[in-house]
Ligand binder design. Structure first.
Ligand SMILES: Cc1cc2nc3c(=O)[nH]c(=O)nc-3n(C[C@H](O)[C@H](O)[C@H](O)COP(=O)(O)OP(=O)(O)OC[C@H]3O[C@@H](n4cnc5c(N)ncnc54)[C@H](O)[C@@H]3O)c2cc1C
Length: 551
């Protein structure tokens, strides 16, 4: 933590020197003494300090300066540092200005020049002010700060990215925090682009894309090797489990992840049915453990890199990333899992990230403390999200299309026992209302035919899981919903698919293209569970190993 600053400002070099000398002698050990001679420069300097999250304890400012008076300077300076103590250095003629500024800028003290001897006239005053400052100051957060609004999609995406990568950050809501607002205004010209991310080293990113952010926070975004035995696309339980085995057996293996490791499982507040964790484990804890295990075995994980195409070139499989990078390997595992359907109804698009969130209860829950929120969906993920939200929200209403929830019994029981949670069965969501943020939702009861409108602060969507398999749409056989066929599901009358040119039948979990495998939620026949995905990922590695031996 850098030392707090005592900033002295005076245009007269001899006065400035003597203030600096006196301040340094008494406070230099605990404070950084910053003497400046021009108000405009000092304000610029303060803005830069604020971006680095340095803190000012006290301003000691001359009233009479050529371009900006001491009071005018303080007026601006305290917008950035409202907690700093304010002392004006005045000549006898400026006494009235000093008295006026007690109200205008909340002046703590005015000191008549000269202040000698400092032991009598300067230090007692400043000691008292600094003691008071220390007793009440809120010390600045030392890590990454994200400034934005609750209602900006890109702010939500950045928060989600950091949360899912378990990178601590402080959220600054510029609608509630005037200091944060002026910080943002200082770095963005024109209409504020959000979010603005302040790093402890003073660097600032304005509305970055996730790859830029990943680079800045030190995540790997570029492959180290020109060639890999295995490239795994997706770092959910299936991808990570496969990577652990591939790494542990010494294969050159790379995992490509477009968002954050953990996949859907990483967004689960508590997984209670995964073997070995009798009291449950949170998705981020499971992910943290799995990622360390994968890395320990030397597997690389690329973050914020989307695979957009997979192609075959002789014995090589080429994975193309969104930034144009081509990764060459012998075998590919598609472990891209599934994602929730985007709502298609009036209001859905423009309010996404502005009160409507897809599966993001974990990231946003604390922003809805004592508010009324809604969850859509009746399966396990929705139930977990809803239960987690009840820890913060005043009331959580779960909208379920069917006549009962489809979630596991232990979750249904927990929802029914929770006093802050209401289940609305036979309920269709029909409309979302709000100009810039979600304000109301309209629902329709399919049994009573009644339509109702509710005030809503947020809506968390957990419906319509859809496999993420478009990147191999032209390459492998899929069913009409996009699930990838593998192994025996490809065979017709126990014969390989038409396009198949090998003598052998496809391996278990191998797709219709040799050397390309699929595991987890993206695969036809999966059962959408963490354990199944992890199990399939492990088996897929064993099958890829067989395939590699055959080359
Ligand atoms: C909120 C929630 C709670 C759940 N709770 C439980 C539970 O308690 N118990 C249980 O057994 N199951 C639970 N599930 C289900 C379980 O999480 C999934 O079945 C499991 O995560 C599937 O794993 P996967 O590896 O196949 O895919 P996913 O977990 O979906 O991971 C796929 C990964 O691939 C990435 N990806 C996708 N496309 C690309 C691309 N083109 N390029 C690069 N990366 C890509 C995604 O970003 C994602 O990280 C829950 C799911 C959710 C959403």
């Amino acid at each position: 933590m850098p030392k707090p600053v005592i900033l002295s400002l005076d245009d007269d070099p001899s006065v400035l020197n003597s203030i600096e000398r006196d301040l340094r002698a008494r406070y230099g050990k605990d404070y950084r003494i910053l003497p400046l001679d021009r108000g405009g420069v000092a304000l610029e300097y303060l803005n830069a300090m604020k971006q680095r999250n340095e803190i000012v304890a006290l301003f000691l400012v001359d009233q009479r300066m050529p371009k900006i008076s001491g009071t005018e300077f303080l007026e601006e300076a305290i917008k950035l540092y409202p907690q700093a103590k304010r002392v004006l250095l005045t000549a006898y003629a400026d006494t009235q200005a000093a008295i006026d500024s007690i109200n205008e800028v909340g002046l703590d003290y005015y000191l008549m020049k000269p202040w000698h001897p400092p032991e009598e006239k300067l230090y007692p005053v400043l000691d008292e002010l600094l003691d008071d400052w220390k007793a009440h100051v809120r010390l600045p957060y030392e890590g990454i700060r994200v400034a934005g609004t609750l209602w900006s999609l890109s702010s939500h995406q950045v928060k989600d990215f950091l949360t899912r990568h378990q990178i601590p950050y402080q959220w600054l809501d510029i609608e509630k925090d005037s200091e944060a607002r002026s910080l943002v205004e200082h770095v963005s010209s024109g209409p504020a682009k959000l979010p603005v991310i302040f790093f402890p080293d003073g660097r600032v990113l304005v509305q970055p894309d996730l790859k830029e952010l990943a680079d800045k926070v030190g995540l790997q975004t570029k492959a180290d090797l020109p060639f890999y035995d295995i490239v795994i696309i997706g770092s959910g339980p299936a991808g990570l489990a496969s990577a652990v085995y591939a790494g542990s057996e010494g294969y050159r293996c790379l995992v490509v992840e477009k968002a954050a490791p953990g996949g859907q499982a990483g967004s689960s507040p508590k997984i209670e049915n995964y073997l070995g964790f009798p009291s449950g484990i949170s998705g981020d804890d499971l992910t943290r453990r799995a990622v360390s295990q994968v890395k320990r075995f030397g597997v690389e994980i690329l973050s914020a890199q989307e695979a957009v195409k997979v192609a075959v070139k002789d014995a090589y499989r080429i994975v193309t990333l969104a930034d144009g990078t081509e990764l060459s390997c012998h075998a590919v595992l598609i472990a891209t899992g599934a994602s929730f359907h985007m709502l298609k109804m009036p209001g859905a698009d423009q309010l996404t990230g502005a009160g409507i969130y897809y599966g993001a209860a974990y990231t946003e829950a604390m922003n809805y403390k004592d508010k009324d929120v809604f969850v859509v969906g009746g399966a396990n993920s929705a139930a977990q999200g809803a239960l987690y939200l009840t820890r913060f929200a005043r009331k959580v209403t779960v909208l379920i299309r069917g006549s009962e929830p489809t979630a596991s019994k232990y979750l249904v029981d927990a929802m029914q026992e929770n006093e802050n949670l209401e289940l609305m069965l036979n309920t269709d969501l029909v409309e979302l209302k709000g100009d810039t943020t979600l304000e109301q939702i309209v629902v329709h009861n399919t049994v009573t035919d009644e339509t109702q409108t509710f005030d809503a602060n947020a809506l968390f969507v957990f419906i319509g899981v859809r496999p993420q398999s478009d990147l191999v749409a032209d390459l492998v056989k899929r069913n009409e919903n996009g699930y990838i066929y593998t192994g025996t599901d490809l065979s017709v009358d126990k014969k390989p698919p038409q396009s198949w040119t090998f003598e052998r039948l496809p391996f278990l979990l191998e797709t219709s293209t040799p050397g390309i495998f699929a595991a987890g939620d993206v695969r036809f026949g999966t059962n959408h569970r963490v354990a199944s995905a992890a199990g399939e990922g492990s088996i897929a590695f064993a099958m890829m190993k067989e395939y590699l031996k055959s080359l």
